[in-house]
Design a protein around this ligand. Sequence first.
Ligand code: PLP
Length: 402
Amino acid sequence: MVSEEMRKLGATGNPMRVLFEYGKKRAAVIGAENVIDLALGNPSVPPPPQVNETIRQILSGELSDAVHAYTSAPGDLALRGKIAASLSRRFHTDARAEDMFLTCGAAPALCACFKGLGCPGDKFIVIAPYFTEYKIFIHGADCEIIEVPAAKDTFHLDIDAIEAALTPEVKGVVINSPNNPCGVVYPQENIDALGEMLRRKSAEFGNPIYLISDEPYREVVYDGITPPWVPHSYANTVVCYSYAKSISLPGERVGYVYVPQSMEDHDTVFQAIAGAARAVGHINAPALFQYVAAACDGLTSDLTAYTTNRNLLYNSLTAMGFTCVKPMGTFYMMVKSPEPDAAEFSRKAKEELDLLFPDTSSFSCPGYVRIAFCVPVERVQKAIPRFQRLAEMYGLQPKAAE
Ligand code: PLP
């Protein structure tokens, strides 16, 4: 007998992947050019040239001759030192090699944090809408999830609502800014207010409440904004990061957990995270991409195409009469469903127009759909008339574009 819970997980993909697979099958029937797939967060722009240059240097032996060997479990110390130095430079902080645990991306980083920080039965607060997999990761750590909705309309952190959900059983709060799926970047004062409240509640409960800041989209931002560096606002923060989105390396699987020196009982927390990673089979992050991360930390892929797509979609859809959350980061945009059942809206777009985007019920935020615009600009240009058709089908009132 296998675990029925795990079998079910394995048998069902998340809705984005289900649509993506559908899109591939449909493309085989009607031609790839006729399917407008806006479902998956797979970066469409190439990595910065330094990525390939670093790989070339490594493979030609210029950087190291031990590149395919095992490394220390948290990653090669010198490479971790380079990443830490980059963080210190960029965020005016005091990161050290010993604070970095390199992982196979943000997902395993998060899993290590939930399992390492949480004891069975502990709770973690997440802010809805949230990345679908948090629930699975938290349950995988034998912990419970508490969903707290983001503030209405702005989708910022609702500090009072988070405070109301806090009990001594809550081990941590998970935030994700820039946010998947709503594209919102929390402003400095919002993060500061969260830090202030968590300090107060930690003192009241006599235990630290950990803040887990999931930041795979940190550099994918628009209009020149810079997301706040969360540990400056709250000492007991762990940062989970991935090079998947910022430098377009989702399939290479490299990221980290950063445990700042300011963390209470720093070494114990670091060891717990390292132990949790070990318990789920972590050996080390891919050695080749540890070098790439060390050489390329802080670089960003050329975001011109995303910026064009974001402006085109936001301006066109709002002009058609759709209500959209303006993305300030990531490559996702949430659009309010013009009918109460957003799944039905998504189904109609798929079946009548071959336009693929999921509804956001799996992000615990019903009533919206998520458009992933990390696609070639031509695909977004082709999508616009199909959105126009949807706007007409639903009788939306056109508005002047912003
Ligand atoms: N966190 C968020 C908010 C994400 O959107 C994703 C991936 O899409 C992840 C974590 C997982 O990132 P990775 O591919 O590095 O595991």
